[in-house]
Design a protein around this ligand. Structure first.
Ligand code: NDP
Length: 344
């Protein structure tokens, strides 16, 4: 949806955008509860400037739903196996709905035992991870999550994609401040960013990925057309991608990124993956003043010269959007209205 020369020449409220997106999800075979959750998630990404997972993703959601690859009607099945361990079968539906259904179980477990682990399988995660962890930090917990995906990342030194872009996110509460939220792919660049570069015909930096012959390339089109991304940080980052692959694709009983197979589902884009969420109550760890300690750590980082804290850009965008609406290009807005079946 992002094309060259587009400008953000319109504004839309969060509520109006969410409502438009909800209509698109419902019209394309998503049950109301799931449509609510996905619309809120996608509108929040757009509002926060997490553009690789905002409205840019809507055609991908729609095409995946239409293809039958993902089930918009799926009702997740949750089981609390023990005091702290929750197992969730998303039943080929979206991970965000699975997490929402499991949320009371997760919160009970962390309240009662100091820790909750939620293992989701048969799930499709097509968004940013911060919406999964930020609300838990707002409740005073540390939340950590990982997701695997579609094989489009080579292991260090490899020539064939094995990993997904395997993101990892964590969030913690900070005294008198928004939570500290880190959310990043373990590839050099998130796949959505590569696609945005391709749409803008903009080269990617050195070291981002390889073409289909395994040669280094700066061409985002070559990375997307049979090439692959590199992991961040050489062999060390490659091992973090491996760590995510094991947690999200194996501990959960889900499938590995390289086991995704779209054959027979033309248009499918959402990765059928797994997700692991770990929630910790810091009060159980012996820290009686966790949030003020975190505030001290953040101050130390800024005083040391870090230009900004992770998550700060999104919070700034969020405040601006609350004041003056979410910036959006008029033609993109029109395309969303068309997708929603609204008359021009
Ligand atoms: P970025 O590299 O843009 O950002 C990674 C993290 O670093 C963010 O928390 C960001 O905060 C922070 N950050 C960025 N610049 C700075 C800086 N100068 N100083 C301090 N902190 C900074 O993210 P990626 O491109 O790696 O990932 C983008 C998104 O893609 C993520 O939300 C991820 O979850 C999602 N993704 C989803 C996948 C899926 O399968 N569903 C697969 C892969 C990625 P801020 O947000 O404030 O900029």
């Amino acid at each position: 949806m992002i094309e060259k020369g587009e400008t953000q020449d319109a504004r839309i409220s969060f509520h109006a955008l969410k409502s438009l997106l909800r209509t698109i999800f419902v019209n394309n075979g998503t049950v109301a509860e799931t449509a609510d959750i996905l619309a809120e998630n996608c509108a929040a990404c757009e509002r926060d400037g997490a553009l690789s997972h905002g409205i840019f993703r809507m055609p991908g959601y729609v095409d995946s739903l239409k293809s039958g690859w993902v089930d918009g009607l799926a009702v997740p099945e949750t089981t609390r196996l023990g005091p702290s361990f929750i197992r969730i079968d998303a039943r080929n539906g979206f991970a965000q709905r699975a997490l929402a259904v499991a949320d009371p179980l997760i919160r009970n477990a962390v309240r009662e035992t100091g820790i909750a682990i939620a293992a989701i399988r048969n799930s499709h995660h097509f968004s940013a991870l911060w919406p999964d962890v930020e609300p838990l930090a707002l409740s005073g917990y540390m939340a950590i999550t990982v997701v695997n995906g579609l094989a489009n990342v080579v292991p260090h030194g490899g020539r064939q994609a094995v990993y997904g872009t395997n993101p990892i996110a964590f969030a913690v509460p900070v005294e008198n401040a928004p939570p500290l939220v880190v959310d990043q792919a373990t590839s050099v660049m998130a796949n959505g960013e590569v696609r945005l570069h391709a749409l803008a015909d903009k080269p990617v930096p050195d070291g981002t990925g390889i073409d289909r012959e395994g040669n280094p390339t700066n061409d985002p089109h070559a990375i997307l057309a049979g090439g692959a991304l590199n992991t961040f940080g050489g062999y060390k980052g490659s091992s973090i991608a491996l760590f995510v692959e094991i947690l999200a694709g194996a501990i959960t009983g889900g499938q590995f990124s390289f086991e995704n197979d779209f054959t027979g589902f033309p248009g499918a884009q959402t990765p059928k993956a797994g997700q692991l969420l770990i929630v910790i109550d810091p009060n159980w760890g012996g820290s009686t003043n966790f949030e003020s300690r975190l505030a001290r750590l953040c101050t130390q980082l800024v005083d040391a010269g870090q230009d900004r804290l992770p998550g700060a850009r999104r919070f700034t965008n969020r405040v601006a959007a609350k004041q003056s609406g979410i910036p959006i290009a008029q033609d993109k807005l029109q395309r969303l209205r068309t997708l929603a079946g609204e008359a021009p």
